[in-house]
Design a protein around this ligand. Structure first.
Ligand SMILES: *[C@@H]1O[C@H](CO)[C@@H](O)[C@H](O)[C@H]1NC(C)=O
Ligand SMILES: *[C@@H]1O[C@H](CO)[C@@H](O)[C@H](O)[C@H]1NC(C)=O
Ligand SMILES: *[C@@H]1O[C@H](CO)[C@@H](O)[C@H](O)[C@H]1NC(C)=O
Ligand SMILES: *[C@@H]1O[C@H](CO)[C@@H](O)[C@H](O)[C@H]1NC(C)=O
Length: 262
């Protein structure tokens, strides 16, 4: 009898511990896109892995105040450059959550890759040993436009306006959203963002080049899509996908010195 009771107790505690674990260690949601750059890789307990552990545990504490996180550590081949950027309209608590989730998820998906990038709708995380690769990807909304030329004309006008606004945003936040009337009484909604460490000119050039590439990507002729890069990104749709009610910060005074273009 006693043995039976113990057995039950064992299973009860087992189930109980299991429940606690699965509720407190909830799995982060899937990315909508991620890239594990497949070579080079690091080995377990290598200096690179130790630096990556250090960087990613420090990263969530480095919020600039406006959703930009960065932490670099190590030297030469073992250097880790890590950063995360939240969408400019995301509330701070959700932003930190998103970055925390992305750290867990990206290491799970790219277990020993030196360079990896993972995108949620609300934030992305990248780590690498170098600054060069922007890991560009174009993701379309598969619905076709009814009038490609008129759609592209309106889209270009919207993107030019938002690009100027975002680039002029200052050292803390380079983000803009807006809308324009498209063909057949549709409304095109756009969002553009650069990492705030870019100069005004570099941000503007990055977005302009990305928008110019639309005709050469699978975004051409579609009612929506995004071009994602680690330095700048944009998205447009014919529905509202960002938060217009969020108060965007007023851009800091233009007298704040910009880092030189480079
Ligand atoms: C995110 O992670 C950091 C460090 O791991 C932790 O201090 C913080 O409480 C976490 N924040 C959220 C919102 O989960
Ligand atoms: C969009 O147009 C292309 C070519 O005109 C066609 O092949 C495709 O099926 C269309 N897609 C949708 C979702 O209507
Ligand atoms: C377009 O943006 C303006 C702000 O620039 C906003 O007042 C307006 O409601 C938006 N229009 C639509 C249809 O969402
Ligand atoms: C939009 O932002 C407001 C203010 O920060 C917030 O209360 C609301 O929940 C947000 N809505 C969405 C859909 O994110």
């Amino acid at each position: 009898m006693l043995i039976l009771f113990r057995k039950h107790l064992f299973w009860f505690s087992f189930i109980f511990i299991y429940l606690i674990n699965t509720t407190t260690l909830a799995q982060p949601p899937p990315f909508f896109h991620h890239i594990c750059v497949n070579s080079p890789t690091y080995t377990i307990n290598s200096p690179y892995q130790r630096n990556l552990d250090t960087a990613l545990s420090a990263l969530p504490t480095t919020n600039s105040g406006f959703g930009y996180f960065n932490f670099n550590t190590g030297q030469l081949n073992d250097r880790v450059i890590s950063f995360a950027l939240c969408r400019g309209d995301l509330e701070p608590a959700l932003c930190t959550n998103c970055v925390n989730d992305s750290i867990v998820k990206l290491r799970e998906l790219c277990p020993n890759q030196i360079e990896s990038i993972g995108y949620y709708n609300e934030c992305f995380l990248k780590y690498s040993y170098e600054t060069g690769n922007t890991n560009e990807v174009a993701l379309p909304n598969l619905q076709n436009t009814s009038n490609v030329d008129r759609f592209n004309g309106a889209l270009r006008e919207l993107m030019d306006r938002l690009r100027g606004e975002a680039a002029a945003g200052g050292l803390l936040l380079k983000f803009a959203t807006g809308n324009i009337t498209g063909p057949d009484f549709s409304t095109i909604y756009g969002l553009v963002q650069c990492t705030p460490d870019l100069s005004e000119q570099v941000c503007s050039d990055c977005l302009e080049a990305a928008v110019n590439r639309i005709p050469n990507t699978n975004l051409y002729g579609k009612v929506g899509g995004r071009i994602l890069q680690s330095t700048c990104n944009f998205r447009y749709e014919i529905y509202e996908f960002f938060n217009q009610t969020t108060q965007s910060i007023s851009p800091p005074s233009r007298s704040i010195p910009q880092s030189p273009p480079g």
